[in-house]
Design a protein around this ligand. Sequence first.
Ligand SMILES: Cc1cc2nc3c(=O)[nH]c(=O)nc-3n(C[C@H](O)[C@H](O)[C@H](O)COP(=O)(O)OP(=O)(O)OC[C@H]3O[C@@H](n4cnc5c(N)ncnc54)[C@H](O)[C@@H]3O)c2cc1C
Length: 475
Amino acid sequence: MKEYAVIGGGIGGCLTASLLDVHGHDVVLLEKEPTLGGCASTFKHGHYHYNAGATTLAGYHEGGVVRTLFDTINVQPKLIATDPAIVVLQGHNEIKRFSNLDQCIHEIQRSYPHPKHTEFWNLVYTIGQNFYPLKGHYYSNASLSKKLRSLLSMTPILKKFWPYLWKDARRFIHDFYGGISQDYCDFLDAQILIVAQSTSEHINFFTAAVALGYTFHETHYAVGGMGKLCESLTSRIHDVRTHTEVTSIHHEKDRFILKTNTDCLETKNLIMGTTHYESGKYFDTKKIQNYYHRYEKLNNHQSAFVLYLTLHSNRPFHHHYQIITQEIIPHTLSKALFISFSDKSDTDIAPQGFFSVTASIHTDVRWWVNLEPSRYRQQKKELTQLLRTLICDTLHLDVSEIVESFAATPKTFGRYINRTQLGGNALTMKNILPSLPSNDTSIQGLYHVGDTAYAAQGWPGVAMGVMNLMRLIHE
Ligand SMILES: Cc1cc2nc3c(=O)[nH]c(=O)nc-3n(C[C@H](O)[C@H](O)[C@H](O)COP(=O)(O)OP(=O)(O)OC[C@H]3O[C@@H](n4cnc5c(N)ncnc54)[C@H](O)[C@@H]3O)c2cc1C
């Protein structure tokens, strides 16, 4: 019998399995796909490679939560620093989000002149500077005493950020500036959405400031593709099984019995790296199914439509762009498209003179999964064409420079990585911490990591959850 089995080789599963291995535990990592990474994987399609979703590595600065875990596992990934972290394109405006505060304010001031920018962006910067070193805190809702301990551990955060917790960010920002233009509001919301998975009217100003401020810390490009990070994290684990899909789980008093597409295995402890919305179906006991059912209300059905391109171009490109349009783009939830280019020196992912491009936009799962096949194909084609045109027009590309292009809908993600909801739980004013699932559960030996558990999505959010899980396991 294994001591730990981890289901799913996404960021959460890979970090967890590696840390357990480093701590000397007997662990197996099970992943249904041939490659690791999930939303942060890299795959081959035709002749070229693509990042499936995630393209920016945040949290790897000195002392950052991701860096701390990589250092513990003793892995030094091959990275390139990206500064500016994003180039935002909105109408005629081009705003480079530099990590340097003064440079960043200068860029913003040029496009949306306002006397209060220095004060506002200094506040955003300071909130981030105070928050990031905290590396999360103890969080569990597995029992009443653990809930109380979590509340106590949250006290320093509550104290420090009290004035920014109670008002929604949109109102806070409007009051702060005494009114802002629609363009500037869209500029802020587009960046808040990619980190917090929600817009300013639904989150408090503290969350908005942390989301807006991630560019003030180093951000990195992963050489060879984002998937390389998960592969390198797990390279020393003895038992990593790809092509292995868990199909059902039976719980007995002191063990879990997992049935996979290849065999059966028993484990004392089970760590789910799958989403809370897709996990209940594996279990045959009502108690565990009910546990997951409780969190169904957090499912915002948010997802992504992703366009993958290979470009052949002599032009230089930044690593990341965000194009903001005047209106919400049809079949999506947003006015903003996030576009990432491979580094021109990274010939592992695209040959010399070529660029691998991943462009993503928020959409709603329900607008895709229940369509009849011809309507689905039509809608996918329409949105693909729309985004291709938007990218070509805004970045002044000739269509002939696109040598390959295809797209993924929420349904595509469902087929490959067993999830249609993407981006995890949004930290809205309604979904405040005590209502979010923690990394342990009330079921002995059953744990959770990934972007639907504490703390949130992306490398830093998932890493905070993994750190919390390690605290809970080893306490
Ligand atoms: C389009 C897009 C862009 C993003 N951009 C960024 C970014 O730039 N930077 C950033 O930090 N974050 C980004 N994110 C968010 C980030 O990618 C996710 O929050 C994070 O990767 C989720 O990790 P996870 O641990 O929850 O695992 P997941 O990515 O959900 O992976 C779960 C894994 O479990 C496997 N699995 C599922 N079911 C089974 C089963 N039954 N048996 C075995 N294996 C199974 C899946 O195949 C998958 O590999 C982006 C997300 C998307 C969708």
